[in-house]
Design a protein. Structure first.
Length: 48
């Protein structure tokens, strides 16, 4: 799947969204680590 997962696999996408929202409503969702995300997924991060 690519960027259109909601069209290619709607049941999987809907389940993932429902699971996420359920966790948020229950206060169990943990935010991402505060460390900044890499600037690119293809190229090495030059900040290190």
């Amino acid at each position: 799947t690519g960027h259109t997962i909601n069209l290619e696999e709607p049941d999987f996408f809907n389940r993932a969204v429902l699971d996420f929202l359920t966790m948020v409503e229950a206060g169990r969702w943990v935010p991402r680590h505060p460390e900044p995300a890499p600037t690119s997924v293809l190229l090495p991060d030059r900040r290190s």
